[in-house]
Design a protein around this ligand. Structure first.
Ligand SMILES: Cc1ncc(COP(=O)(O)O)c(C=O)c1O
Length: 461
C-alpha cells in the first residue's frame, strides 16, 4: 500500500497526539513510515530517512535490534503477562535491581508504570500519600518551571510549563507554581550567564518563602528541559536549586525521562553530570530503547522511611496500572540494557557528543538560525523569524518549522520541529559520518527555507 492510501485511512480513523483539530482528517503530507534499521527509518515508498529525534528521544540502541526482538518473543512465550497487583514476576525484579544499582544515593526502590506521564503522576501521588500519612496534608504546592514538559496525564500536564500545551485544555492551577525557564538565550537583559543563574536561584528561594516551605510538596525538574527546546541551564543551576530545595526539606524530583539511559552518556545524569542526588528520579522512553512502553520512578529509602511499616498508619498506595512491571516490557528493558553495556554506548556517547555538538554549531552562520544549544546527544537548532505580535510570530514559527522539515525530508532527514525548533536527539549508535550526513542535510533545509522566506519578502535578519 502507498503512503497516500495509508493517509486516507489515517484521516478516517485516527487521532494523533497533539492533533490540531482544525485539520483532523485532512492530513495530506505526513510521512508514513513502515520500517526502521539502525538510525534510519523508511517510508512506504522505500525512501530512507535519518531519524533525527530517535523516534521521540527514545530509540537509544536504534531500529531493528534482533536481540530485543528475541528477548520479547521469548518472554511472550514464557510469560506474556503478570499482574503486579497480586504476583511478582522475575523480569520486573531483575530490571528493578539493575536500575537501583545505577541510581544515585539511596534510590533503591523502583515503581514501574507504562510511560513517562504515568511515572510523573505516580511519583506526585506518592508524595501526596507521604504527606497525608505524615499529617501534612496541607503540603500541596508544587514548584516547576516554564517550558518544562512532564507529560499529558492531568497531573503531569498540570506541572508542564509549555505555553501552547496550556492553551485549550484544563489543568490544575491554584497549587502549581512556575519559575523562569533557565534559558539564557531568552534573557539577554542579564549581563552574564552567571548573573542569570543567580537570579534563577534567588527566584526559587523567594518562591519557597512566599508559599511557605511547609506547604510545598515538591520541586520537579528535568536536568535539561527537553521538549521545551533542549534548554541546558546555566552551569551550577541544577546543583544550586537542589541545595536550596533540600535546605527547606522539600522533595526534589528529577524527571530523567529524556536525560536518562545514555542520552548524556550516563544511565542517569542527575549525579554524574550535575552533582544532584534527587529524592525521586523519573524514567521512561530509553529504558526499553522505545520498543515497548515502560516507565517508572526510583525513590529513596529515606523518603519512604517516613511513611512505611509502622509509620504507614494502615494506608495503601492506591496507584498502579494493568501493565505495571509487565514482564515483556521489562524483558525488552533488560535486552536494551545488555546492548548498551555490550556495545559501550555510554562511552560512545561521551566520545562522540563533542563532535555532534560542534558540527551542529557550525549552522550558526545561517541567518535563519538564532541559537544552537545542547549537551550529550541532545540538541536544539532554534530558528528566528520576525513578526509584529506574538500570535503572528507563533504562526510564522510554525510555518518556518514545517518548511525546514519538508526540505530535510526531501533530502533524507526527519527533524520534526517543535514549532520553530529542530530537536536533534539521534539514536545513541550514531557515527561521525552519520552526524555529517545529518548536519549536511539540515544545512540544506535551513538554507533553502531562508531563500524561500527572503523570496517571499519575509524579513529574516
Ligand atoms: C521529560 C519528560 N517527562 C515526561 C514525559 C512523558 O512521557 P510519556 O510520553 O512516555 O508519557 C516526556 C515525554 O516526552 C518527557 O520528555
Amino acid at each position: 500500500m502507498k503512503s497516500k492510501d495509508y493517509r486516507n485511512k489515517y484521516n478516517r480513523h485516527l487521532i494523533h497526539p497533539w492533533s490540531d483539530f482544525s485539520f483532523l482528517g485532512k492530513d495530506d503530507s505526513s510521512t508514513v513510515i513502515v520500517k526502521g534499521d539502525g538510525v534510519y527509518i523508511y517510508d512506504a515508498e522505500g525512501n530512507k530517512l535519518l531519524d533525527g529525534p530517535a523516534g521521540m528521544w527514545c530509540m537509544q540502541t536504534g531500529y531493528g535490534r534482533k536481540e530485543i526482538a528475541d528477548a520479547v518473543a521469548t518472554q511472550i512465550m514464557e510469560l506474556g503477562y503478570a499482574c503486579s497487583f497480586s504476583v511478582i514476576n522475575n523480569k520486573e525484579v531483575e530490571l528493578a535491581e539493575r536500575i537501583a544499582a545505577h541510581t544515585p544515593g539511596d534510590l533503591n526502590r523502583i515503581f514501574f508504570t507504562t510511560g513517562g506521564s504515568t511515572a510523573v503522576d505516580s511519583a506526585l501521588r506518592l508524595c501526596q500519600l507521604a504527606n497525608n500519612i505524615k499529617g501534612q496534608s496541607y503540603r500541596k504546592h508544587i514548584i516547576t518551571r516554564d517550558k518544562a514538559y512532564h507529560g499529558s496525564t492531568f497531573l503531569a500536564a498540570s506541572v508542564t510549563g509549555k505555553e501552547r500545551d496550556k492553551s485549550a485544555m484544563d489543568t490544575i492551577q491554584d497549587s502549581i507554581h512556575f519559575l523562569t525557564a533557565p534559558c539564557y538565550f531568552y534573557h539577554s537583559e542579564f549581563a552574564s550567564e552567571e548573573e542569570f543563574c543567580d537570579f534563577l536561584v534567588e527566584e526559587l528561594e523567594s518562591k519557597i518563602q512566599e508559599i511557605g516551605p511547609e506547604n510545598i510538596m515538591c520541586f520537579i525538574a528535568e536536568p535539561i528541559l527537553a521538549s521545551g527546546g533542549v534548554i541546558v541551564p546555566p552551569k551550577g543551576y541544577n546543583y544550586r536549586c537542589w541545595q536550596i530545595v533540600k535546605k527547606y526539606d522539600i522533595t526534589y524530583i528529577a524527571d530523567e525521562v529524556v536525560t536518562g539511559f545514555g542520552r548524556l552518556g550516563h544511565w542517569f545524569s542527575s549525579e554524574d553530570e550535575f552533582g544532584v542526588i534527587p529524592d525521586i528520579i523519573i524514567f521512561a522512553k530509553g529504558v526499553t530503547s522505545g520498543y515497548i512502553p515502560l516507565g517508572g520512578y526510583a525513590v529513596s529509602d529515606k523518603l519512604l522511611e517516613g511513611f512505611i511499616g509502622e509509620n504507614a498508619d494502615g494506608c495503601t498506595y492506591l496507584n498502579g496500572y494493568t501493565w505495571s512491571g509487565n514482564p515483556v516490557a521489562c524483558a525488552a528493558g533488560l535486552a536494551s540494557w545488555d546492548i548498551i553495556e555490550k556495545e559501550g554506548l555510554l562511552e560512545h556517547v561521551k566520545e562522540i557528543a563533542p563532535y555532534f555538538q560542534q558540527q551542529l554549531r557550525t549552522l550558526k552562520d545561517i541567518a535563519l538560525v538564532g541559537d544552537v544549544r545542547g549537551a550529550g546527544l541532545m540538541a536544539a537548532v532554534e530558528m528566528t523569524s520576525t513578526a509584529d505580535n506574538e500570535a503572528d510570530l507563533l504562526e510564522k514559527d510554525f510555518v518556518v518549522g514545517e518548511m525546514v522539515d519538508a526540505y530535510c525530508q526531501q533530502f533524507g532527514l526527519v527533524v520534526r520541529p517543535f514549532i520553530n525548533i529542530c530537536i536533534i536527539s539521534p539514536p545513541l549508535i550514531i557515527t561521525k559520518p552519520q552526524i555529517d550526513e545529518l548536519v549536511g542535510i539540515l544545512r540544506k533545509g535551513l538554507e533553502l527555507t531562508l531563500a524561500d522566506l527572503r523570496g517571499q519578502g519575509v524579513c529574516v535578519n
